[in-house]
Design a protein around this ligand. Structure first.
Ligand SMILES: [Zn+2]
Length: 235
């Protein structure tokens, strides 16, 4: 019995999912040979998939050293959020204009799944679902440019989180997703947009890399040579 042959798109999707779900962490080497074995595919096909992932900035290709899961810099992260804000405010407004007055059943189902993961304390699943929330919203616009780009940006966001905060499994703050869905269902485009922007600010703030201490070192205090509060000797 032979295992089913996967096409390039399926291989792409599996590697993509492993990276965005943080089963493959930033900096992991993606050996063509080992991937070819794992997927029962030729190295040529694996190379094509890795090339596509590198065009999407999810994988880095290094001459002679091969492919690695990307390690986004702090500047990359800022750029990711700049584009996410621009796209996702448009997505929220588009959906509010189109679906105002209706219940968004698929999003309600998704919110229930998030609530269950939260209640169960399953932080890995919650992190996955809260990223997926943003992709699902983009999908229901039925504009593939929204959904394809969001999928990519959410994957890059996961990479940044994995890099800065591998243990924390950051997830989106509670209630904010539900508030966005509510504003869309109410047909309030301005409010949906505003809530989305505030939400993305919170997500970005939550994954800032640790900053070096801002207070400059106080050598006098360190060496015990500081002048006492009340001068001991005076005159
Ligand atoms: Zn979110």
């Amino acid at each position: 019995m032979t295992s089913p042959k996967l096409n390039n798109q399926e291989i792409y999707e599996r590697i993509y999912a492993a990276i965005s779900e943080r089963r493959l962490l930033p900096g992991t080497k993606l050996s063509e040979e080992r991937l070819a074995q794992a997927f029962h595919a030729s190295r040529t096909r694996i190379r094509e998939v890795l090339m596509r992932l590198s065009q999407e900035l999810i994988v880095e290709l290094h001459l002679n050293r091969g492919a690695f899961v990307a390690r986004p810099s702090e500047r990359d992260m800022q750029q990711v959020f700049e584009v996410r804000r621009a796209l996702e405010r448009a997505i929220a407004a588009t959906l509010a204009a189109r679906y105002g007055g209706q219940a968004l059943a698929p999003m309600r189902g998704h919110l229930d799944a998030e609530a269950r993961a939260r209640a169960a304390g399953d932080r890995t699943e919650l992190a996955r679902l809260t990223g997926e929330f943003h992709v699902r919203l983009a999908e229901i616009t039925e504009n593939r440019l929204f959904s394809d780009n969001l999928r990519r940006l959410v994957a890059l966001t996961s990479l940044v989180i994995a890099q800065y905060d591998a243990q924390a499994h950051s997830a989106c703050p509670e209630h904010e997703h539900a508030d966005i869905v509510e504003a869309i269902e109410a047909g309030d485009a301005r409010r949906a947009e505003k809530l989305m922007l505030a939400h993305l600010d919170h997500v970005e703030a939550g994954i800032q890399p640790p900053k070096p201490p801002s207070r400059s070192l106080d050598f006098e205090q360190i060496f015990g040579t500081a002048a006492p509060d009340k001068p001991a000797r005076q005159g």
